[in-house]
Structures are given as structure tokens and as C-alpha cells.
Design a protein around this ligand. Structure first.
Ligand SMILES: NC(=O)c1ccc[n+]([C@@H]2O[C@H](COP(=O)([O-])OP(=O)(O)OC[C@H]3O[C@@H](n4cnc5c(N)ncnc54)[C@H](OP(=O)(O)O)[C@@H]3O)[C@@H](O)[C@H]2O)c1
Length: 238
């Protein structure tokens, strides 16, 4: 396993859930981590637990906000990060006919455009120095469709396509790219979603991965020797 000590990383959506776990795990390996999310207070609280980390509030759906945040990150780190984890995302359930334009646009902007904006800010310099690792948090819904997932699946299918294009374009450059696609994971993302059984009745408990399961997959990909690119890991319920 390669050591990550002394590296730098940006983790989006690091104020809670899977992203907070990834930021903590990276910090524990001696990585200087930049935590990104909208809610400044929560972000600062998380960053305070991780030695040497920085909280940079940003709305990833807003190109101006991303521009300011990425400029600040490049200044703080004296360059682009070694690792970018595009994790921030939102989830809602509605059949296509009942998905509002606002919800569709917000989901595409958060789950697809936001990650692209961060890639765009850092990838040029990563390529120039022949080093870097971009981890994309997809979903099992990035290859398999589920009813009620019109906006989410459209965004995550697109995000997987972005990953696959980068993988093809970056092969041999020293910049690695990994897609991690988890099944349902027990985080706050489910708080506003009513889960129904096949008969359409609401039920609260179904098998869920633990956020640490996803963190473990991310850390596996990041700690492979430089000659190894983990293209894709799909995590489903055992
Ligand atoms: N949990 C699951 O079942 C599951 C399964 C497969 C894939 N995933 C994916 O895993 C990733 C993390 O999900 P999670 O379950 O950890 O969700 P979560 O607990 O709801 O956390 C989402 C994170 O994204 C941030 N975020 C949301 N919108 C943002 C925006 N516009 N700008 C900046 N940050 C934003 C949130 O912070 P603020 O609200 O403070 O901005 C928060 O830190 C997502 O991409 C999700 O699609 C989750």
C-alpha cells in the first residue's frame, strides 16, 4: 500500500456523511485535507477534528462560488491538490411526470456540473505535473435505473460518463481516476426520502451500507501503488 502522508486532498460534501468520513480517514493518514460544503458551521466543526485541515465553504452548483473556492484552495495548498474526491451530492425520489424542473436542474447542477467544475479547476495542473487522483462518488444508480430516480440517475449516469472519458483521456499521464459506486448507505441523505416496499407501503428499515464501507473503498483506491489505477468499484449489499 502506498503511503499518503504529506499529500493534499480536497473532499467535497465533507460536512457530514460519506464525505466527512473520507476527510477524517485522509487526515488520519497525514493528508492535509480541504473540506468543502455549503454549511460553514458544520464544516468548521468537522475540520476542527482533523489536524491541519481547512474548511472552505462553497456551493458547488454556483460557478462563481467554485471559482472563488478553488482559487483559495490553490493559494492555501500552494498548488492544486494531489487528490480530489468529488463526493457532494443530493438525492430525491419522484417519478418523471412529477419531477419539477427546479428539482431536475438542482440535481444535475449538484451531482454533475459541480464535480465537473472542480475537475476543470484542478485537472490542467495535475496533468502538467503528471500526478493526481480524482475520485468520483457515483452510485449503483449510475449504471442501473430505479423508478423514481429520473433526476438522480440522469445525473449519476452522466457523472459516470465524465469519469470514463477522463479515464480514457488520462491513461498513461500519471493522473489516476476512480469511480466508487455505492448502494444505499446509511446517511442523512435519506432523511427527506420515504422508502416504500414493492407494494408501495412506506417502510423505514432496509439493508444499508455503513458510510465507513464506502470510505474503505475510497482509501483502497487511493493507497494503491502508482502503477495501479482502480477504475471502478461497485459496492452492493452482502
Ligand atoms: N447515502 C447513500 O445511500 C448513497 C448511495 C450511493 C451514492 N451516494 C452518494 O454519496 C455522496 C455523499 O452522500 P451522503 O450519503 O454522504 O449524503 P449527505 O449525508 O446528505 O451529505 C451530502 C454532502 O454534500 C454536501 N452538499 C450538498 N449539496 C451541496 C452543494 N450544492 N454545494 C456543496 N456541498 C453540497 C452537503 O453539505 P451542505 O448541505 O452543507 O452543503 C453534505 O456535506 C453523494 O454524491 C451521493 O449521491 C450516497
Amino acid at each position: 500500500m502506498a503511503s499518503l502522508g504529506g499529500r493534499t486532498a480536497v473532499v467535497t460534501g465533507a460536512s457530514r456523511g460519506i464525505g466527512a468520513g473520507i476527510a477524517e480517514a485522509l487526515g488520519g493518514q497525514g493528508v492535509r485535507v480541504v473540506l468543502v460544503a455549503r454549511t460553514e458551521a458544520k464544516l468548521k466543526e468537522r475540520a476542527a477534528r482533523i489536524k491541519g485541515s481547512i474548511a472552505v465553504p462553497c456551493d458547488i452548483t454556483d460557478p462563481k462560488s467554485v471559482e472563488q473556492a478553488t482559487k483559495r484552495i490553490i493559494t492555501e495548498l500552494s498548488g492544486v491538490p494531489d487528490i480530489l474526491v468529488n463526493n457532494a451530492g443530493i438525492f430525491s425520489v419522484a417519478v418523471a411526470a412529477e419531477t419539477t424542473a427546479e428539482s431536475f436542474i438542482e440535481t444535475i447542477n449538484t451531482n454533475l456540473v459541480g464535480p465537473f467544475l472542480f475537475v476543470r479547476a484542478f485537472l490542467g495542473e495535475m496533468k502538467a505535473r503528471n500526478r493526481g487522483h480524482i475520485v468520483t462518488i457515483g452510485s449503483i444508480a449510475d449504471r442501473t435505473i430505479f423508478t423514481g430516480n429520473a433526476a438522480y440517475s440522469a445525473a449519476k449516469f452522466g457523472l459516470r460518463a465524465l469519469h470514463e472519458v477522463m479515464r480514457a483521456e488520462l491513461r498513461g499521464t500519471g493522473v489516476r481516476t476512480t469511480l466508487i459506486s455505492p448502494a444505499a448507505t446509511d446517511t442523512e441523505i435519506w432523511n427527506s426520502v420515504t422508502v416504500t416496499d414493492p407494494a408501495g407501503k412506506p417502510h423505514s428499515k432496509r439493508p444499508m451500507l455503513d458510510p465507513n464501507d464506502v470510505v474503505g473503498a475510497v482509501m483502497f483506491a487511493l493507497t494503491q501503488p502508482a502503477r495501479v489505477n482502480v477504475d471502478e468499484l461497485r459496492l452492493s449489499h452482502g
